[in-house]
Every structure is written in structure tokens, then in C-alpha cells.
Design a binder for this molecule. Structure first.
Ligand SMILES: [Zn+2]
Length: 123
């Protein structure tokens, strides 16, 4: 399958994806640091406070941060996948029905792999 997007358009999306990748990586690194702090605080707390080592506040905070980290990781995977699709020429086509994904949709969501109709049906 060959992309009908112009090389200039593809370059623009590639630049956009690389920018988003840098952002997601930054967030990932930032939360990675916070995670080790939380982990350190948690082991300290369990040593000091034996009746409630996994207090609700800590656990909640922990799972929120884990969720953010998982999101950032999933985003990175999506971005890498989209970049691979630019390289193999399938970028911009719906992975379900093969139709062109509209440029405005890709502008809004550069990692989109489904056209608007398939995305709607997938829900
Ligand atoms: Zn589709």
C-alpha cells in the first residue's frame, strides 16, 4: 500500500510525532523519578508503621501514578507504531478498512490508526 500523502505532509507528521515522543518521554522520565521516591517513602512507612503499611492514601497515589506511567508507556508505543507506519507507507490509512484517514483527524490525533467511522464502531 502506498501513501497518497505528499512527502512534505508525511515529514510534517513525522516531526509532530517525534515532538510528541519527546514530550511523552519527558513525562515518563519525570514520573519514573516520582515512582522511586514513592517506593522509597513506602518502604520507610512500612518499617515505621506496622499496623497500616499500605495506607489508603499511599495506595491511591501509587495506583494513580502507575496509571499515568502506563499511559505514557502506551503513548510511546503508539507513537513508535505510527512512525513505523510512516516508514512502511501505511501511515494515514485505516488499519481496519484501508480507507484514508482524513488529514484533520491525523492533525488532531497523529497516532490514529482507524478512520473516524471505524473508531466510532469500535466503541
Ligand atoms: Zn476504517
Amino acid at each position: 500500500m502506498t501513501s497518497t500523502m505528499t512527502p512534505a505532509q508525511l515529514d510534517r507528521f513525522r516531526a509532530k510525532l517525534l515532538q510528541e515522543r519527546a514530550d511523552a518521554e519527558g513525562r515518563f522520565a519525570e514520573f519514573g523519578d516520582v515512582m522511586s521516591e514513592v517506593r522509597a517513602a513506602r518502604s520507610g512507612a512500612s518499617a515505621d508503621d506496622e499496623h497500616d503499611p499500605e495506607g489508603p492514601t499511599m495506595t491511591q497515589e501509587w495506583s494513580q501514578r502507575t496509571a499515568v506511567l502506563a499511559d505514557a508507556r502506551a503513548e510511546l508505543a503508539d507513537i513508535d507504531h505510527a512512525l513505523a507506519r510512516i516508514d512502511d507507507g501505511s501511515y494515514g490509512f485505516c488499519s481496519n478498512c484501508g480507507k484514508r484517514i482524513t488529514v484533520p483527524r491525523l492533525e488532531a490525533r497523529p497516532t490514529a490508526e482507524l478512520c473516524i467511522d471505524c473508531a466510532r464502531n469500535a466503541r
